[in-house]
Design a protein around this ligand. Structure first.
Ligand code: B1M
Length: 210
């Protein structure tokens, strides 16, 4: 059986070869994809703690993030159900000024798995781009992610821009480590999810609500 502690350790030290190898092994062993993903996200928690403690710097965080991304990419087909007609189109991106995209990518993956068509705008996305893409793709949902206390305030600009553009059918949901339900309500978003799994139920709920 693949050693998931070794997967966590490999991502923590940014060892892409080892991380992807253990991921492949875990899949081959038939391990639960969400358990495998949990071992990966634990690594990022450890990395964040070490950064905060001043033990590592941005380059180390970056190589861990790269190892995580490559490992997640291997896992993605198992988490995403290829399929039938999408329920609706969702736009997703990380707010302007913010380069963190791992959590956003997980939400996009879960949404695809839930059979939504997902247009992923990447990171550092300006409010006007969210508006233009929502209009272009006739989207019902816009998801905005933020990982920094300094950038999360920019989520309000996305909400305001969507409303100002008259996109009355579009619901805006937000998430990311520093974001809370209270903050989401305060900026006028339609909803907040604390993690990628609950972002699926949230998306369905806000779209169904009208
Ligand atoms: Co940055 N970083 N980082 N970083 N980084 C954090 C966020 C930090 C908490 C680290 C720390 O101090 N402990 C800190 C933020 C402090 C704060 O504002 N409160 C921080 C900082 C300070 C910075 C820089 C400013 C560092 C510097 O340059 N001095 C800089 C900013 C650059 C910028 O964005 N402009 C920076 C840079 C980077 C890297 C580029 C090196 C790299 C990102 C690489 C990448 O994403 N491609 C990086 C990383 C990797 C991290 C940590 C270590 C890991 C983030 C992560 O991927 N977590 C992070 C510390 C930490 O979080 N432990 C840290 C795993 C991911 C699965 O979780 O993104 O929370 P998360 O997503 C979750 C939920 O939040 C939720 O679902 C996801 C899965 O369940 N969710 C949503 C997310 N989006 C959602 C959207 C939804 C719903 C749910 O609906 C739409």
């Amino acid at each position: 059986m693949a050693d998931l502690a070794a997967l966590t350790a490999a991502i923590e030290r940014g060892d892409r070869a080892a991380a992807t190898e253990v991921t492949r092994q875990a899949i081959a062993d038939g391990m639960d994809p969400e358990t495998i993903l949990g071992a990966m996200t634990s690594a990022m928690e450890i990395v964040g703690g070490r950064f905060q403690a001043g033990e590592i710097y941005v380059p180390e965080m970056l190589i861990s993030a790269r190892a995580m991304k490559e490992s997640v990419a291997i896992l993605e087909p198992l988490l995403v159900d290829s399929g039938v007609r999408p329920e609706f189109t969702a736009i997703i991106g990380t707010v302007k000024g913010d380069l963190h995209d791992i959590g956003k990518n997980l939400v996009a993956m879960m949404w695809r798995g839930a059979n939504f068509e997902v247009i992923d705008l990447g990171a550092n996305v300006a409010p006007e781009v969210f508006v233009a893409k929502a209009r272009e793709h006739n989207a019902r949902l816009v998801g905005v992610s933020a990982l920094l206390t300094t950038t999360m305030v920019g989520m309000k600009d996305v909400v305001d821009s969507i409303r100002a553009a008259g996109l009355t059918d579009v619901r805006v949901v937000v998430g990311g480590a520093p974001v809370t339900a209270e903050f989401a309500a305060q900026i006028g978003a339609d909803g907040y999810a604390p993690d990628a799994a609950s972002a699926v139920a949230l998306a369905r709920r806000v779209v169904a609500a009208g």
